[in-house]
Ligand binder design. Structure first.
Ligand code: ZN
Length: 381
């Protein structure tokens, strides 16, 4: 999914719009103006239909933001931060900064979105009664769409809201989050397959847009479910592995005042790494430098440019304490292959973690379990 453009900030949460939404807004406006609204309320001008259709399409976006804000506000109350809300082709996504720590908390966060949509739906239908003609039709349509949004999101198709509530319910019952996620993903993947089949039937019987839409949602549910399950089954055990087990200890460093000329000839050509911690004369770490940064400087300026000039300052570098777990590092590092995490013991640099180190561990754990990666027999007594 593209990051899209940031529309505004509400309560410290970035509200973003994926470019795919522009197409959706255009499609919704068009089908409302030429089809739905003339059917619901006859006898108005084309201009009236198009104007109301555009208002409804924008209103629909606002309703999606309200749904995600419902999740976000409850999440904040449950102690889970939300960094952004992105509207995209399948609705909205509120990006949580961490996982809810209890089943009850997960259930309330997931339920809040559909609750907001249902309330908007009921209020709109009540308001529509006070109007007539095109206005009544438009407000009633808006109400019905929000109710459909509430019900659709309540489908137990993890990672949709209903699926998350189903997972939280199992989690509360069995006190086993991993098992609950496995059950929810499995049901979600079945429902995803049914959506794909129904979408195919719909598309073949002439409703191409609706059919393809349903196929895509079914496919998304199946893929996203698998990814979340991977996260739980991999991140879970990683909480028990210390960062010292994957990091490269005592990393090679470069001196901040060295020129790029010296850095390239000594470290890059002579060394084995692409990224180096940068240290000042007193030995303290001041940043991180990589080959990409060197590339931004013209070759003839290398002798006069210091490593520090192009390094990422240490304040902007991911750092963890030597007692951190691999799960901590994974959650913060994400998937950017250029990222590194520096490991500190108080102020002393003791290691560096590259994405490849994490990838190796994940693959090994998937293949053979955690103990096999460690390569030692766990003491039995
Ligand atoms: Zn939701």
């Amino acid at each position: 999914m593209d990051e899209g453009l940031t529309l505004t900030r509400i309560r410290g949460i970035d509200i973003r719009l994926s470019w795919s939404v522009v197409i959706i807004v255009a499609l919704v406006t068009w089908s409302l103006a030429i089809d739905t609204l003339p059917d619901l309320a006859e006898g108005y001008s084309d201009g009236a239909y198009w104007g109301v259709a555009a208002l409804l399409a924008v209103g629909l976006l606002a309703a999606l933001v309200a749904h995600e804000l419902g999740h976000s506000i409850v999440a904040a109350r449950e102690g889970v931060g939300v960094s952004s809300i992105t509207l995209w082709v399948f609705g909205g996504i509120a990006r949580l900064e961490s996982q809810p720590s209890t089943a009850g908390s997960a259930f309330r966060i997931a339920g809040a979105g559909p609750a907001v949509s249902a309330v908007i739906g009921v209020i709109s239908l009540a308001v529509a009664v006070a109007f007539d003609g095109l206005a009544a039709a438009a407000i009633a349509w808006f109400g019905v769409i929000n109710l459909i949004l509430a019900v659709f999101n309540l489908l137990p198709a993890f990672p949709m809201d209903g699926g998350r509530m189903y997972q939280a319910w199992w989690w509360a019952r069995t006190r086993d989050q991993e098992d609950a996620t496995r059950r929810a993903v499995s049901l979600g993947r079945t429902i995803g397959a049914i959506m794909i089949a129904l979408g195919a039937i719909e598309a073949l019987s002439g409703a191409a847009v609706g059919g393809v839409w349903l196929i895509l949602i079914g496919w998304f549910v199946r893929e996203a479910g698998r990814a979340e399950l991977d996260q739980v089954t991999v991140l879970g055990p990683m909480g028990a592995v210390g960062v010292t087990e994957v990091m490269t200890g005592d990393p090679d460093t470069v001196i901040a005042t060295d020129s790029l000329e010296a850095f390239v000839s000594e470290s890059v050509l002579g060394g084995r790494h692409t990224t180096y911690p940068v240290v000042a004369a007193d030995g303290s770490v001041v940043g991180l430098v990589n080959l990409q940064a060197v590339r931004t400087v013209d070759r003839e300026r290398w002798p006069a440019t210091t490593v520090r000039d192009v390094a990422t300052p240490v304040e902007e570098v991911l750092t963890v304490d030597v007692t951190a777990s691999v799960a901590d590092v994974m959650e913060r590092m994400g998937v950017d292959p250029r990222r590194r995490t520096l490991v500190f013991d108080d102020a002393r640099l003791v290691g560096i973690v590259a994405p490849a180190d994490l990838a190796r561990l994940v693959t090994a754990v998937k293949l053979a379990g955690l103990d096999a990666f460690r390569g030692v027999d766990q003491p039995s007594a």
